[in-house]
Write a protein that binds this ligand. Structure first.
Ligand SMILES: Nc1ncnc2c1ncn2[C@@H]1O[C@H](COP(=O)(O)OP(=O)(O)O)[C@@H](O)[C@H]1O
Ligand SMILES: [Mg+2]
Length: 280
């Protein structure tokens, strides 16, 4: 069943004559792990803002087409209503943390929704557990690393029990270890709890390894939509628009890999691919 359906959707910012998104059609089924990539200026953040209600509630513009959440239009709902279904995590870990300590940070959204204290307590514990940061509960937010802050942001979003977790370049400020940690957390909440993940990311190595499906935006258009192997087999087109190809996939492409079985997306798959090649 589709949790989110975008139909013939076009959006232009108020001051702009050129659409930031053009005639977009995307249907996302419940429980999927979707990666969205594309060069800077492609419209990725604009799309994220359309899915969490920032557009049109905080940024105006002209909208054509439709976005449905569970079969009913997202544009008829307030940003607060949307946030019960779609939890958001942004690029900059600093800008989204508002509280002095971790526990208070996670309680913040729940208190705003007048959630009863016993329920808040339960949700904080569960969200910390899901984000793998139960040990950070009593820490001052100012003392956390960037990667820890992003996991607190993930936990805060999860505490609201959204069906969809939407992340806009959540690892852009993080080192490789922090990046992999975030993707491990996302994979776990996706697989174990069935939460639909939509992650915008330029680090395609991680997308290739974790996503079920990858969407590529370029210049406001949805130009590719498929399983990771399908998207990353189109190496010339990706090079032309400036989307990074995972290193192992590029190597395998040079060695003649081109389909679901011969185009590795992870180091482990590449090892098997090279072994087979050597045996032949
Ligand atoms: N608030 C805004 N007002 C006007 N134009 C904007 C605004 N935000 C983004 N844009 C324009 O919309 C296009 C898409 O931007 P964006 O969605 O931020 O792309 P991405 O996240 O893929 O880098 C760009 O041309 C950008 O200049
Ligand atoms: Mg962006």
């Amino acid at each position: 069943m589709a949790v989110l359906e975008i139909n013939n959707f076009t959006f232009s910012y108020s001051q702009s004559t050129r659409p930031a998104l053009r005639d977009i059609n995307i249907k996302i089924d419940k429980g999927k792990f979707i990666g969205i990539t594309g060069p800077t200026g492609a419209g990725k953040t604009t799309l994220a803002c359309c899915l969490n209600g920032i557009i049109p509630h905080f940024y105006g513009g002209s909208v054509r087409g439709q976005i449905d959440l569970h079969g009913s239009s997202i544009f008829n709902r307030s940003a607060a209503q949307i946030s019960r279904h779609v939890g958001s995590v942004f690029q900059d870990p600093e800008s989204q943390i508002v509280s002095l300590d971790v526990e208070q940070e996670i309680a913040f959204g729940l208190e705003n929704q007048a959630c009863p204290p016993a329920e808040i307590e339960k949700r904080i514990a569960a969200a910390l557990e899901l984000a793998g940061i139960s040990d950070l509960r009593r820490r001052a937010t100012a003392t956390l690393s960037g990667g820890q802050k992003q996991r607190v942001a993930v936990a805060s979003a999860l505490a609201m029990q959204p069906e969809i977790l939407l992340l806009d370049e959540p690892t852009s400020e993080l080192d490789p270890v922090g990046t992999e940690d975030i993707f491990q957390v996302l994979s776990r909440i996706n697989k174990e709890h069935g939460i639909t993940i939509i992650v915008i990311e330029q680090k395609t190595d991680q997308l290739a390894a974790h996503a079920d499906r990858i969407l590529v935006l370029n210049d406001g258009n949805l130009v590719m939509d498929g399983e990771p192997w399908q998207v990353f087999s189109r190496q010339e087109e990706l090079d032309a628009i400036g989307v990074r190809i995972p290193q192992v996939t590029r190597l395998a492409g040079l060695l003649g890999g081109s389909d679901r079985y011969s185009l590795p997306l992870t180091v482990e798959q590449a090892r098997i691919f090279v072994e087979r090649l050597v045996r032949r």
